[in-house]
Design a protein around this ligand. Structure first.
Ligand code: AMP
Length: 145
């Protein structure tokens, strides 16, 4: 498989590693939003987030959050964002699931373009009904992306 992150895991592409265990690998993003921007990836290849086993997903979140704390303590940041793009329409470029830890400063000049729409009367409940009809916490890996 021609996956850049699998090649990083295999040691075929160099990277600046921060953490590694049996389930996950964390390394510096090559094009950081702020210096210290980290990617945490599952060692097993998963295109997206929905098929990652719970133990691995939990480890990814834990490692990213603890590296966020390290970025605050060691690099003087005020906060951090955790971000995962699932699918190209969501901005995913590398199709091996990865959790971003982006260290943030009060005046770092970076702004997420976060908009806020409004629900019409009854619309939120219609959305709730549709979502819950298709929500399966433990569905098998096929077709869950
Ligand atoms: P996304 O848009 O969520 O798919 O993000 C992909 C991220 O992977 C980008 O922030 C890239 O800078 C980063 N990236 C791509 N190739 C490498 C690499 N060889 N080493 C480190 N980071 C990489």
């Amino acid at each position: 498989m021609n996956c850049v992150f699998c090649k990083i895991i295999q040691g075929e592409i160099p990277t600046v590693k921060l953490y590694e265990d049996d389930l996950v690998l964390a390394f510096l993003d090559i094009g950081p939003i702020n210096k210290g921007h980290v990617l945490v990836i599952p060692k097993e290849h998963h295109d997206g987030a929905a098929t990652i086993p719970e133990a691995t997903a939990g480890r990814m979140f834990r490692v990213a959050a603890r590296l966020g704390v390290a970025a605050k303590r060691a690099l003087g940041y005020d906060a951090f964002n955790l971000h995962l793009a699932n699918g190209s329409a969501a901005g995913q470029v590398v199709m091996h699931a990865h959790l971003h830890m982006v260290p943030r400063g009060v005046e770092d000049g970076f702004h997420w373009n976060w908009r806020q729409l409004a629900y019409a009367d009854g619309e939120a409940n219609e959305v709730q009904e549709k979502l819950l009809a298709k929500f399966h916490l433990d569905e098998d890996p096929d077709g869950t992306r």
